[in-house]
Write a protein that binds this ligand. Structure first.
Ligand code: GDP
Ligand code: MN
Length: 388
C-alpha cells in the first residue's frame, strides 16, 4: 500500500525526521488559508500516488495569496500526467501547501528491501531530484549503499559513512545521522517496503530537510498497523484490485489483453510467461488460490470481465485442493450473471477434471478447450488477436 506525500511526511515527523511545515488541503480556500498561515513563498504540491510531478507542472512556488489561489485552482481536479502515471494520468484531489525553502544541494536517500541480500538497504546519492533508476543505470558508482543488520538496526558508523560519502559538512553530519536513524526506525517499525526521500535537501542555512517523501508498506504487515491502514486512499487504487482484495484474491492489473485465471502463484507466473512466449500480453496476474469456493471463482471471473481491455480469457487450472468441478461451477455462475462476449479458453487438469469438463460442456458456454498450457496460451493469443 502506498500513501500520499503529506501522510508520509507526518509519519516521518513522529520519528524526528525534519520535513517542511505544511498542511494537506482539499479545497482552494483551504489552500489559500494554509499559505497565508505558513507565510510566503510557499509551495503548492499536487498529491497523487506518483512521482515526476515537478516536471509535469504539479509543484508550484507561489509568492502571495493571489498566486496560491491560482495554483490551487489550476491543480485541484486536474488530471496530471507524469512519466509515472501512464498516459491516462491521475486526478488531483488534494494538495500539500508547504513553506518553501532555499535549496543549496539536492540529494537522494532511500531505504529499500534488497532481495538478493534479504535485508533492508540504505541507498544514497549526490544526484538528488532526478530518477534514481537513471543514476543507477548510467553512473552506478554514484550510489552509496549500507545494508542494515536486522539485529542491530542502522549503526551510527554506517550513517556517518553515508553522510561523508555525500560530501556533507561537519555541521550536517550529526543531523544526517539522526535523520537516517529516524528513517530506518520508521521503515522497520512500520513494515515499510520503501521509504524514499528525493530530494533530501541541504538548505542555504545549512539545515537538512526531506523535501519529497514516498512511503510504501508491505501489505502483509498491515494487519499489525490499523492506524496506517486508515491512510489508504481508494481513489488512487485500481478498482479491480480493490474488488479482488475484498474477496482475498491475489490480483494485479497489467497492460495486456489476455485475462488469466490460474490457481497457485507459481502456475500463474508460468502462465504469464507462456502467454508472452506465445506472442501475447497478459492483462493481469490472478491467483484464485487453493481453497477457492465457487463464489470466489465467480468473483474472480467477474473482475476479469470488467476489464474493457480484455479480449480473451485463458483459464489455466491444475486442480489439487481447488477441484476442477468447483472451478467450473464458479465460471458458469459468473458467466450467467455477466454475458460472456469474448472467447474463453480453458486448460484444466487434476482433481475431478471430468466433472469439471462436464459442467462446462452442459453450460452451453462457447469454450475453446486446450490440451496443455502452451496450446491454451497459443489459442488465447490467436483469439485475442482476431478480436483486436
Ligand atoms: P516530484 O517531481 O513528484 O518528485 O516532486 P518533488 O516534491 O520532488 O518536487 C520537484 C522539485 O520541485 C524538487 O526537486 C525541487 O527542485 C522543487 N521544489 C519543491 N519544493 C521546493 C521548495 O520549497 N523550494 C524550492 N526552491 N524548490 C522546491
Ligand atoms: Mn521527488
Amino acid at each position: 500500500m502506498n500513501i500520499h506525500e503529506h501522510q508520509a511526511k507526518e509519519l516521518l515527523r513522529r520519528y524526528q525526521v525534519a520535513v517542511p511545515d505544511g498542511q494537506a488541503c482539499f479545497t482552494v480556500d483551504e489552500a489559500v488559508a494554509a499559505a497565508n498561515r505558513l507565510e510566503f513563498p510557499c509551495v503548492v504540491k499536487a498529491q497523487i500516488h506518483a512521482g515526476g510531478r515537478g516536471k509535469a507542472g504539479g509543484v508550484k512556488v507561489v509568492r502571495d495569496a493571489g498566486e496560491a489561489r491560482e495554483a490551487a485552482r489550476e491543480l485541484l481536479g486536474k488530471t496530471l500526467v507524469t512519466h509515472q502515471t501512464g498516459p491516462q494520468g491521475r486526478v488531483v484531489r488534494r494538495l500539500l501547501v508547504e513553506r518553501a525553502c532555499r535549496i543549496a544541494r539536492e540529494l537522494y536517500l532511500g531505504l529499500v528491501v534488497d532481495r538478493a541480500a534479504g535485508r533492508v538497504t540504505v541507498m544514497a546519492s549526490t544526484e538528488g531530484g532526478v530518477e534514481i533508476e537513471e543514476v543507477a543505470a548510467r553512473t552506478p558508482e554514484k550510489i552509496l549503499r549500507e545494508t542494515i543488520d536486522p539485529a542491530i538496526g542502522l549503526a551510527p558508523y554506517q550513517a556517518r559513512r553515508i553522510a561523508f560519502g555525500l560530501g556533507l559538512g561537519k555541521e550536517q553530519v550529526g543531523k544526517a545521522v539522526g535523520f537516517m536513524a529516524g528513517l530506518a526506525r520508521c521503515f522497520l517499525e512500520s513494515d515499510c517496503s520503501l521509504v524514499e526521500i528525493n530530494p533530501l535537501v541541504v538548505t542555504q542555512d545549512g539545515g537538512l530537510l526531506a523535501l519529497d517523501t514516498k512511503i510504501g508498506f508491505d501489505d502483509n504487515g498491515l494487519f499489525r498497523h490499523p492506524e496506517l491502514r486508515e491512510l489508504r486512499d481508494p481513489s488512487e487504487e485500481d478498482p479491480r484490485e480493490q474488488e479482488a482484495a475484498k474477496h482475498e484474491l491475489s490480483y494485479i492489473a497489467l497492460d495486456g489483453n489476455i485475462g488469466c485465471m490460474v490457481n497457485g502463484a507459481g502456475l500463474a507466473m508460468a502462465t504469464m510467461d507462456i502467454v508472452k512466449a506465445a506472442g501475447g500480453m497478459p492483462a493481469n496476474f490472478l491467483d484464485v488460490g487453493g481453497g477457492a469456493s465457487a463464489e470466489k471463482v465467480a468473483a474472480a471471473f467477474r473482475i476479469l470481465l470488467s476489464d474493457a481491455a480484455v479480449q480473451a480469457i485463458f483459464i489455466n487450472i491444475f486442480g489439487g485442493i481447488l477441484r476442477c468441478d468447483v472451478l467450473a461451477e464458479g465460471v458458469v455462475q459468473a458467466a450467467r450473471q455477466v454475458r460472456l462476449a469474448i472467447p474463453l479458453i480453458v486448460r484444466m487438469e487434476g482433481t475431478n477434471v471430468d466433472e469439471g469438463k462436464a459442467i462446462l460442456a452442459r453450460s452451453g458456454l462457447d469454450i475453446i478447450t486446450a490440451s496443455d498450457m502452451l496450446d491454451g496460451a497459443q489459442k488465447a493469443v490467436a483469439a485475442a488477436g482476431r478480436r483486436s
